[in-house]
Design a protein around this ligand. Structure first.
Ligand code: NAD
Ligand code: TYD
Length: 350
């Protein structure tokens, strides 16, 4: 049977790479991208597939159960890959309720609608929940996050994602839904909204603006190229075992300050600036409240059981990312001016 896959959050950073991969790789699937188009949703990310016969877009908020039911019926959804979320830790500190509404309430709403729509044959349908390594908390004494590591979320963002993960597993246990959860490390790459560390620095270096490094820049993140995450999602969706959790990461830990310095060095080279020019823009600023010290994923399970591994080394991925931002000035201009938010009207309301 051909699959009709609902991908939520497909206009966002990771979602757009997953949508493009699925639309191009599986022409016999129908791919329905459901997204509320918040500030983080950008349909310009999907120009490459917007006219594909197996692609449809639905502007719907996952908090709206009636609209979700309509979408399930209209497209006869067989499976869900759920990425829609509020995703930025700093925003979760200033507005935690927005994170509860979308990440917790929205996810439970989506689970309910899927459960009702699939009720006569729950065994034949998969609900795949895409989550983060931040649910495991902060590593202080070495070691890695394993699938069995106890949850210990420390920010409103990670608390809301942890709650949503728990609900997904509770629906599997209570209602026998087929679910799978993956927890991935920090992503970087093309189409990343320039509020997050790497695209913010690329944009600011280009424009000669300060590079705000929180605290001393000693915090460690484990970085994965976004297309490798999309490949991992494809792998888990097709080969993962229902009821299981898979950690996704590239064994690639970096201190924030070292990443910022690497970006400065590479961009000085690419922009023909004197070595050392961009480093002068580094500005140490007040630390993030409750800033997690270190994240590090042990990705052995997905590598050994499902045969996935990252395809790119970090320096190659960073080069590709910088090149993408330098050659997609329009995308950045539209994001910074807000013009990207009119693209939905241009496409669907004329
Ligand atoms: P993003 O912020 O770039 O995109 C989120 C998308 O969800 C946007 O298109 C937005 O419009 C949509 N959305 C938000 N609220 C919605 C709602 N109520 N209804 C429908 N759509 C809504 O996020 P991202 O970085 O692409 O992350 C995608 C998923 O992957 C999230 O669940 C996030 O927790 C998870 N994740 C992200 C990272 C990362 O490094 N970015 C790492 C691991 C896991
Ligand atoms: P971010 O990209 O927001 O991802 P997350 O908080 O989900 O890990 O931040 C990555 C790291 O960079 C994190 O330790 C916070 C730090 N950071 C800065 O130092 N300056 C910034 O301007 C931003 C946005 C983040």
């Amino acid at each position: 049977m051909s699959k009709h896959v609902l991908i939520t959050g497909g206009a966002g950073f990771i979602g757009c790479h997953v949508v493009r991969l699925f639309v191009n790789k599986y022409p016999d699937y129908q791919i329905v991208n459901l997204d509320a188009l918040t500030y983080a949703g950008n349909l310009e990310n999907l120009k490459e597939v917007e006219n594909s016969p197996n692609y449809t877009f639905e502007k719907v908020d996952i908090q709206d159960a009636e609209a979700l039911e309509e979408v399930f019926k209209k497209h006869q959804i067989t499976d869900v890959i759920h990425l829609a979320a509020e995703s930025h830790v700093d925003r979760s500190i200033s507005d935690p309720l927005a994170f509860v509404k979308t990440n917790v309430f929205g996810t439970v709403n989506l689970l309910n609608v899927a459960k009702e729509y699939w009720k006569d044959e729950l065994n034949n349908h998969l609900f795949y929940h895409v989550s983060t390594d931040e649910v495991y908390g902060s590593l202080h004494d070495g070691g890695f996050f394993l699938e069995t590591t106890a949850y210990d979320p420390q920010s409103p963002y990670s608390a809301s994602k942890a709650a949503s993960d728990h609900f997904v597993r509770a629906y599997a246990n209570t209602y026998r839904m087929q679910t799978v959860v993956s927890n991935c490390s920090n992503n970087y790459g093309p189409n990343h909204f320039p509020e997050k560390l790497i695209p913010l620095c690329i944009n600011n270096i280009k424009n000669g603006k300060p590079l705000p490094v929180y605290g001393k820049g000693e915090n460690v993140r484990d970085w994965l190229f976004v297309k490798d995450h999309a490949r991992a999602i494809d792998t888990v969706f097709h080969k993962g075992k229902a009821g299981e959790t898979y950690n996704i990461g590239g064994f690639n830990e970096w201190k924030n300050i070292d990443i910022v310095r690497l970006l400065c060095k590479k961009m000085d080279e690419k922009l023909g600036r004197e070595p050392g020019t961009s480093e002068k823009l580094i500005t140490f600023v007040k630390d993030r409240a409750g800033h997690d010290l270190r994240y590090a994923i042990d990705a052995t399970k997905i590598q050994q059981e499902l045969g996935w591994e990252p395809s790119l080394q970090f320096e190659e991925g960073i080069e590709l990312t910088i090149d993408w931002y330098l050659s997609n000035q329009d995308w950045l201009d539209h994001v910074t001016s807000g013009a990207y938010q009119d693209y939905y009207k241009e496409l669907y309301e004329n």
